[in-house]
Design a protein around this ligand. Structure first.
Ligand code: DWN
Ligand code: SAH
Ligand code: ZN
Length: 412
């Protein structure tokens, strides 16, 4: 297995030159959890991102082939958190109230995972189709009554869907569109699949959260693109589409929900102009902004290692909370191994008993957390802080403290 060197670092969207701005070193695939006896089989690639000098799109330089990332053993199950289940149920209800009210409406979801959104659409009896290449999670969706095909979405899948089901009123994707390196093929597919007044809605990690929020652990093999309204607007224009809405949502620390329509089909909401102008004011795509980001991330690494070293020297016990994909990035980038954090606990059965790729932190069930409570908990699943800290209130009452490292290292 070799990583695809994105040769010459040309932009996947427009062919422009991509200027690298941060290199997080040799890293494994973030969800490639291994059993202890498999730990040596880890596959490494250079985790670095840059920005296109023409269209501004921020993207990975080297990439891992998609079949190596999404397969029959994909470890992330989207229904794993109460806040995510709520969010996607609201999303489904909103579509059912707005775009899916005509005669026999049809919605396609790219990357439906375990059916966290389409489960509600299926329950409402509305025509739908999930496109999900990871067969293990697709099977969970199917068991919820979701109609799903186990394919990678691209222009040819889009043509097949259109031939079999007709055009779609809504094509939706959450935390998936930024995962697809062949994004041009996806957008050409939309031209085939979308109804004349149909919309393409996608919710993805925001470049503003990465840069200003210092969410550097969102950088990993699956996240090929780091969207902003500016780069999405530019990309849409190349494919006959138009950015007609952009909404901040609190998922994964701060995302944007983009809505694209066929060019001229819908009037753009004022939010689009406001966000584009906000990005200009914040100088979000300027080289100096990226350079400062790179320096600050190095300082977070130093601060976190200094804190963990101090706590270890003082005889304190630190345990990790959550084994999200982000945990792979931060532990491998900082060199945090079981000597500093002896294990992490995570509620996903498919991760338990395995090791965090590369850094080899053992993943244990949440019951291990209280057995006995550690002095400090390093919160890797920081985007779920509210849900986790409420659930683990007894840890705090027992004198335990949470360590955060985004946007800066602090103990609370
Ligand atoms: O983009 C992606 C998003 C949708 O999901 C994928 N590429 C991979 C994945 O990213 P992630 O792993 O960073 O996602 P989460 O939602 O931050 O993962 C949270 C982790 O924390 C899960 O492994 C479950 C775990 N957890 C827990 O152990 N106890 C979560 C909660 C809420 C809890 O109470
Ligand atoms: N939508 C869910 C899951 C996101 S994880 C959520 O927001 O929580 C990303 C999902 O995209 C995985 O289940 C992965 O298998 C799927 N995926 C990756 N590439 C894809 C492609 N080309 N077409 C469709 N799904 C894809
Ligand atoms: Zn470009």
């Amino acid at each position: 297995m070799t990583a695809d060197d994105h040769s010459g670092h040309t932009c996947r969207v427009c062919g422009g030159k991509v200027a690298e701005f941060i290199d997080l070193g040799q890293q494994p695939t973030a969800n490639g959890f291994l059993l202890p006896h498999e730990a040596d089989q880890v596959f490494l690639f250079r985790l670095a991102i840059g920005a296109c000098e023409s269209c501004t799109m921020v993207q990975l330089l080297d990439e891992v082939p998609q079949e190596f990332r999404y397969h029959a053993d994909y470890r992330y199950h989207a229904s794993g958190s109460a806040s995510h289940r709520r969010h996607f149920q609201h999303n489904a209800e909103r579509f059912l109230r707005t775009e899916l009210t005509g005669p026999d409406p049809f919605i396609v979801e790219i990357g439906c995972n375990d059916g966290v959104l389409l489960g509600s659409i299926a329950a409402a009896g509305v025509r739908h189709l999930g496109v999900e290449p990871s067969t293990n999670v697709a099977e969970i969706a199917a068991a919820k009554g979701v109609r799903v095909v186990t394919e990678f979405f691209d222009e040819s899948t889009a043509a097949t869907i259109r031939a079999e089901h007709g055009t779609a009123d809504v094509v939706f994707g959450a935390n998936t569109i930024c995962h697809i390196a062949h994004i041009g093929s996806v957008l050409r597919g939309l031209d085939t699949l979308l109804a004349p007044n149909g919309i393409f809605v996608f919710e993805e990690p925001y470049l503003g959260t990465l840069i200003d929020g210092l969410a550097f652990d969102q950088i990993y093999d699956e996240h090929v693109f780091y969207f902003s309204a500016t780069s999405v607007r530019n990309m849409a224009e190349q494919y006959g589409l138009e950015l007609v809405d952009a909404e901040h949502i609190p998922m994964h620390g701060g995302e944007i929900r983009y809505t694209l329509a066929r060019a001229g089909a819908r009037t753009p909401a004022p939010a689009v102009r406001l966000l584009l102008s906000d990005e200009r004011t914040r100088r979000m795509s300027e080289p100096e902004t990226f350079t400062t980001f790179g320096h600050t991330v190095t300082m977070i690494r130093e601060d976190l290692l200094a804190l963990l070293g101090e706590l270890k020297a003082g005889g304190k016990r630190v345990v990790g909370y959550g084994a999200p994909a982000k945990c792979t990035t931060v532990t491998n980038y900082c060199g945090i191994g079981p000597d500093l954090v002896p294990f992490v606990c995570d509620s996903t059965p498919a991760k338990q008993g395995h090791l965090v790729p590369g850094s080899r932190l053992p993943v244990r069930p949440p019951t291990a957390f209280a057995d006995p409570y550690p002095d400090y908990a390093l919160l890797f699943s920081w985007n779920h802080a509210e849900e986790i800290m409420a659930k683990e209130n007894d840890f705090r009452t027992a004198g335990g403290r949470w360590i955060h490292y985004v946007p800066e290292v602090r103990v609370r």
